[in-house]
Design a protein around this ligand. Structure first.
Ligand SMILES: [Zn+2]
Length: 1001
């Protein structure tokens, strides 16, 4: 098995006390549990602090973090995060971040605004690329070209609705302004935001670092630049590095950049503690719904506590254990009681939230009514008191310790980012950055405390929750008129402002808007672009990265793929069941079945027994659906139900036993449980509607284009949302007909279906896996051939549709989907390149920069045969649809150089360069096996991709659009008023329908 050896040999000719390239080396600490050595240093002249986690891993990460507690709700930290990535001294291009995205091999590139810090992380497997990215990021944060226009574009600005027409109304535009309007229309976000605001009235955590749309427009340029000067200095910076590039090389590079920074006295960025209350508080707030949604069971009530945490990591880990004990799995007492109480339909985002100076704990219900508040209180306290009095069962505490192991042991995707977060969670408050990285020691310490004092956790329960008066209960009620009132208030405010402006001021505003637009439209000069460092195709590895794996064939020719990837004592298994023999009328029930699969009892066990077994023996068990087509055969649809588990070496075999019991039979006799999980599922799907509005719009628009797209919509789009809604109502009565459907799906699944599997994990568990699978195949009576009864999917007719989905969304989501060639078509690689050019050139410019949408991009699913244009949190529906209609002109006349195409090619090749982490590798290796994605084919396609030239890309794009655009379907998700406004005077108005047709309650 491949190893992930310790970093010993890489480091370390460095010693504490040395000064290397301007850095004082402070401490060298081995972290054997992470196979790292930590080197801490401080830049002598500027005071910048540094932590390098040296590991034998080629995915190198750089992150620079500034402590940025917000002074108000203007979103200044967030707007700055956007703005510093908008051009800098050495790289005077409009958007170096986007330019780097176009061609870098970055495995991660982004920026985050936390409630108390702003972090700029990048990661790459390619050393040259890594240093390119770090150079661009360092110049961006220390020498950004911030101008008044930057604040206008990224924050907000006023302009006339119609250029040159002083009679037209004033409107507000700006990237962060629109982004936050989207955030503020989502119930979960509103609840989060409000409970923080109330819990921390005297701390920066009570403010919104992201920005409140009502307050964002009040941010002045002086306050904006003042905030930058105050917090973006090396003295306020913490730099985290991870990977195998030697520390000396890193220090030399960083010193060269830091040396150019002015040394400034570090401004005070410390965060004060919230003074504690002596009595709990309550509050009521409103959130927007559409007028025909009905108001019963639309309220959310949440109880939030302020937890005393840092600087006591043992206490903090103790609360994390309590969190799992109370809410961590379906049988956990608080979760179980809340769900079974029927006081609401599902839990709100509940549990322990940490990573800040002071943690919080939340518990609550959605789908409830305001008069249930006292019952909810009583129930929560009854459960907590009960546990505190009778004691927490030892088994529950063991389960919690076991679950926490996974978070630490697992080599997740974006592993370096995970370590960065762990370091900064302590370091940001001037505590030892290794605090949370030395996880095993913390766990041991906590366990010892528990052993010495068996009432440790019940005492914690009392002090932190039961007897903790710093608690607030928020009732969030639906208000169908809220949106309209807010819109009206804004309109009135804007009208007032307009009245107060002299005509020449309006002219100036208009001139500024024109200038801003000109600035935005002007392309970067070739000289400016040439300043950016970049990779060339010759920097790519010659062949795509291969997941080392082999295939064994079990009885009845069932293939088992075994990956040879280091997994650190966590084992992953995925079973895939072919659905091509499933009767068509059952297909819509497959996602319902898969979501219930891990929530019911196995065989004769109750759901409580099974849930506890699952939490004890696995680190997660889930069923889901997989949809694609064969990479070499467009006609071959791949539709599977998958069951995946992960488990530690010590519990893996028992975890397999649980999977077997679930596959042999689900306990459908607990009618109340079936009702509860069906209602929960409805609420969960509904809460995805607005945050993923663009996805729902795209699935809806694509449903008539191919069988894969049709099934995609049926399984994950509006039809599934509506089915969930219908089922939630049906199960209030007799659950019999529903059970019959579930049984039919189950039967069709295991009888005569084809199966495949993939395993990644410890060598010693390979043999037990094959033996277990052989006996499972016999027990289930699975087949290996394609089922004889395979029935083709009937795709509904319809092309050139124009539709609107009405929902309570403050901003719009626009999708245009058209039919496109399959992955096996020679145009496919060329169209991936076109997709890349379109996203980062035309759509970025037109939809994000000019129309002010938070996101605008193209996507090409060559396996589903769909090419789509999407916008996200979009204030300008008609404008965006016009942009889509003009893509063909862009394709015909766009001036792409050899260089542009080379960069787009590199960005496409990036998908094959991802670091191989065990969980993701298991899934990828399985789909490659099932979809006939051979290594030969991958090499072939890489070679085809590298041959793309401007003229071949253009020819393929024009072919796609000439044929596809006239047949393309449009779908926009938005609120009634916005959609009607978009339809006014439109040549092809959108046919509107409500996402949820009103139904009597
Ligand atoms: Zn943002």
């Amino acid at each position: 098995m491949s190893t992930f050896p310790s970093a010993g040999p890489i480091l370390l000719d460095l010693r504490p006390g040395q000064t290397v390239f301007g850095f004082d080396i402070l401490r060298i600490s081995p972290l054997p549990e992470l196979r790292c050595i930590a080197c801490e240093a401080r830049h002598r002249r500027t005071g910048a602090r540094l932590l390098h986690l040296v590991a034998d891993d080629a995915e190198n990460l750089f992150a620079i973090s500034f402590r940025t507690p917000p002074p108000d709700d203007t979103g200044v930290a967030h707007i700055l995060e956007h703005s510093v990535l908008g051009g800098s001294r050495r790289f005077p291009v409009k958007d170096p971040f986007v330019e780097m995205l176009k061609s870098s091999m970055a495995t991660f590139i982004n920026a985050f605004t936390y409630p108390d810090r702003t972090i700029y992380p990048v990661a790459s497997n390619v050393r040259k690329d890594y240093f390119n990215l770090v150079g661009v990021y360092l110049d961006a944060v220390f020498h950004p070209s911030i101008r008044p226009e930057t604040l206008k574009q990224e924050g907000s600005h006023l302009e006339l609705a119609e250029r040159g027409n002083p009679k037209s109304p004033l409107i507000l535009r700006g990237v962060v302004y629109n982004e936050m309007k989207g955030v503020y229309s989502d119930l979960d976000n509103i609840l989060n935001r409000e409970s923080s605001r109330l819990l921390f009235p005297a701390s920066p955590y009570g403010l919104d670092s992201g920005g409140d749309p009502e307050v964002i427009p009040t941010l002045t340029y002086e306050a904006f630049t003042g905030f930058y000067r105050r917090f973006y200095s090396p003295a306020n910076a913490r730099i985290v590095l991870y990977g195998d590039i030697p520390t000396r090389e890193q220090l030399e590079f960083l010193d060269a950049h830091l040396r150019e920074c002015e040394t400034v006295e570090q401004a005070d960025s410390s965060i004060g503690m919230q003074p504690r209350w002596t009595a709990p508080r309550e509050a009521e707030i409103l959130y927007p719904v559409t007028s025909d949604e009905g108001l019963t069971r639309k309220t959310a009530i949440t109880m939030s506590w302020l937890i005393g945490a840092l600087p006591d990591p043992i206490l903090e880990l103790g609360v994390a254990v309590l969190d799992i004990v109370l809410l961590g799995h379906a049988a956990a007492p608080l979760r179980k009681a809340l769900v079974e109480s029927r006081l609401g339909e599902d839990l709100t985002g509940s549990g322990y939230s940490t990573g800040s100076l002071e943690g919080t704990f939340h518990v609550g219900l959605k789908g409830t009514d305001p008069e249930r508040k006292d019952d909810l209180h009583a129930l929560v306290f009854r459960i907590l008191e009960g546990l505190a009095t009778t004691g927490i069962p030892e088994e529950e505490i063991e389960i919690a310790f076991n679950q926490l192991q996974y978070s630490h042991r697992e080599i997740q995707s974006m592993y370096p980012l995970h370590l960065m977060d762990a370091a900064l969670s302590a370091w940001n408050f001037d505590h030892d950055p290794l605090t949370y990285l030395r996880f095993e020691g913390l766990m041991d310490g906590l366990y010892k405390r528990y052993q010495a004092c068996p009432s440790f956790f019940t005492e914690l329960l009392r002090t932190q929750l039961i007897d903790n008066p710093h608690r607030v209960t928020v009732t969030c009620r639906p208000d169908p008129e809220l949106q309209e009132r807010q819109d009206r208030r804004l309109q009135e405010r804007l009208e007032q402002m307009k009245k107060s402006f002299a005509p020449e001021e309006l002219d100036r505003l208009d001139a500024e808007a024109v200038a801003l637009e000109e600035l935005q439209s002007a392309p970067n000069s070739p000289e400016a672009l040439a300043t950016l460092p970049r990779l060339h195709i010759t920097d790519l590895s010659a062949e795509p990265k291969v997941i080392p794996c082999s295939v064994v064939h079990l009885s009845r020719q069932v293939p088992l793929v075994q990956c040879d990837v280091f997994a650190n004592g966590v084992n992953y298994l995925i079973l895939a069941f072919d659905l091509s023999g499933m009767p068509p009328e059952l297909l819509e029930y497959v996602p319902v079945f898969s979501s219930l699969f891990s929530k019911l009892g196995a065989g004769a066990e109750s759901y409580v027994q099974t849930a506890r077994r699952m939490a004890k023996k696995t680190g997660g068990l889930r069923a889901s659906t997989f949809l694609s087509t064969d990479a070499q055969d467009a006609g071959q649809l791949l539709n599977y139900l998958t069951v995946s588990i992960k488990a530690l070496d010590s519990t893996y075999v028992e975890a397999l036993g649980l999977v077997r019991d679930l596959l042999l039979g689900l306990n459908l006799n607990e009618a109340d449980r079936l009702r509860d999980v069906t209602v929960q599922r409805k609420v969960q799907l509904q809460s995805n509607l607005i945050p993923e509005g663009h996805r729902f719009a795209a699935l809806h628009a694509a449903r008539t284009l191919s069988s894969a797209a049709y099934l995609g919509d049926l399984w994950g789009g509006i039809p599934q949302l509506r089915l969930a809604d219908r089922l939630a109502r049906e199960v209030r009565g007799d659950v019999g007909p529903f059970c019959t459907k579930l049984e039919a799906v189950h039967k069709s699944l295991v009888r005569g279906s084809r199966m495949a599997a993939c395993f990644t994990g410890s060598d010693a568990l390979r043999e037990p896996t094959t033996q277990w699978m052989d006996s499972l195949i016999r027990e289930l009576g699975l087949g290996s051939g394609r089922p004889a009864t395979s029935s083709p999917i009937a795709v509904p007719p319809g092309r050139a549709l124009a539709e609107g989905l009405v929902a309570a969304a403050d901003v719009g989501y626009c999708a245009l989907c058209m039919p496109a060639p399959h992955a096996s078509h020679p145009d496919a690689p060329l169209l991936s390149v076109f997709c890349q050019l379109l996203t980062f050139d035309y759509l970025w410019q037109e939809v994000r920069v000019k129309e002010g949408a938070y996101g605008g991009f193209a996507s090409y699913d060559a396996l589903a045969q769909v090419f789509e244009f999407l916008s996200y949190r979009d204030p300008a529906i008609r404008g965006t649809l016009n942009v889509y209609a003009n893509v063909i002109d862009y394709a015909r006349t766009g001036k792409w150089t050899e260089d542009d195409v080379e960069r787009a090619v590199m960005a496409c090749a990036k998908a094959d360069e991802k670091p191989i982490r065990p969980g993701a590798a298991t899934a990828t290796a399985l789909w490659r096996q099932l979809g006939h994605v051979t290594e030969e084919l991958r090499r072939q396609r890489r070679a085809d991709l590298l041959r793309a030239r401007p003229e071949t890309v253009r020819a393929a794009a024009v072919r796609l659009l000439e044929e596809g655009l006239p047949q393309g379907n449009t779908c926009v998700l938005g609120n009634q008023a916005k959609l009607e406004e978009a339809n006014r005077g439109a040549v092809r108005p959108l046919a509107l329908e409500n996402v949820f047709p009103s139904t009597p309650d």
